[in-house]
Design a binder for this molecule. Structure first.
Ligand SMILES: [Zn+2]
Ligand SMILES: [Zn+2]
Length: 139
């Protein structure tokens, strides 16, 4: 997963459009287009944000700075496990209720997403194939 894809997933999982996130980042309407430009830049594959800037973005929607940095700096085989439906990880699991967080139901899909219609079609279909055939996931 690219750092940009991670940010796209986390923003969408928070239920925020680009405009919503820009509004949260820039309270003054005059600054909104600047905020929108910045958000789109960070969500462009190949672009890497500075840690201090992404830390500020984490006040707009939940994301994990450590996960982001690993995606930026580490080779793919050392990337953290991330849900392809919502971008959650062991560092910032989905909070389902007061007593339980999400858990992994496949290599790249968390339990919250498996129960949700917002899961990406590809992630759901891979999981459905595994459920149907009874085989462990590894596409
Ligand atoms: Zn998920
Ligand atoms: Zn989750």
């Amino acid at each position: 997963m690219t750092p940009a894809a991670y940010l796209r997933l986390r923003r969408a999982a928070a239920g925020l459009s680009h405009e919503d996130a820009a509004a949260a980042l820039a309270p003054r309407i005059a600054d909104r287009s600047l905020a929108a430009t910045l958000l789109r830049l960070w969500e462009t594959d190949g672009v890497i944000g500075e840690a201090e800037d992404i830390a500020r973005l984490s006040h707009v929607y939940p994301l994990d700075i450590f996960v982001y940095r690993q995606l930026c700096e580490e080779p793919a085989d050392r990337h953290p496990r991330i849900c392809t439906g919502c971008g959650c990880s062991a560092n910032d699991a989905c909070v389902r209720n007061l007593s339980a967080n999400c858990h992994w139901i496949a290599d790249d899909l968390c339990s919250a997403c498996s129960e949700s219609v917002t899961v990406s079609p590809a992630a759901w279909m891979r999981h459905a194939i595994n459920r149907t055939t009874g085989e462990g996931l590894r596409a």
